[in-house]
Design a protein around this ligand. Sequence first.
Ligand code: IMP
Ligand code: MG
Length: 194
Amino acid sequence: MKRRLLIDEEIIQKRIKQLADEINHDYQGKELTLICILKGAIYFFTDLSRRINLPTELEFIRISSYHGENSTGHVDMKMGLDHSIKGRDVLIVEDIIDSGRTLSYLVDYLSLDEPNSIKICTLLDKPERRVVDGINVDYVGFKIKDRFVVGYGLDLDEEYRNLPNVECFTHDTYQNLQNDRYEIYKQLIKKNNS
Ligand code: IMP
Ligand code: MG
């Protein structure tokens, strides 16, 4: 399978600015705890958090549920919070939502600490792949088709995370991929006009 460009860095950055504007607006007058889900969300988290102009605490959780191109269905917490989030407004920053298992587990886990609110912000969402119902995703960068993507933090067995763009592995025709890229671009333009 070949690796092909899906979302370039300029489009990613434009969309991050839109998301940060939305978040700044929605949390006006509040203090925020941003939780980075390592390792995949690392670049998204650093780019997004620098555009947030509210009093903000940064926290990191390391969790994994994936081996190769398939979720194991088993969520493994490797590093937890180092401060309590009790009474805080929490925004989870994720790279991608696939089956929804990781987030469902995480929301339950974080709720035990009784934060004031928990919302979810993900760069990418693959809604067709969801197996867990009832996950409410508050901020989505781009909805994508069922494709396995790497780059900008996302990996395949720890490889490709540091690619600047989001790429995908595919046998697909050039035209199908162009259509996907166009659908992604439309999501950016739609937000600009709304
Ligand atoms: P979920 O628990 O099935 O929603 O999976 C979420 C996690 O799986 C994400 O945080 C990613 O680390 C990983 N993941 C899901 N889809 C992809 C992909 O297309 N490329 C790389 N990692 C992925
Ligand atoms: Mg991840």
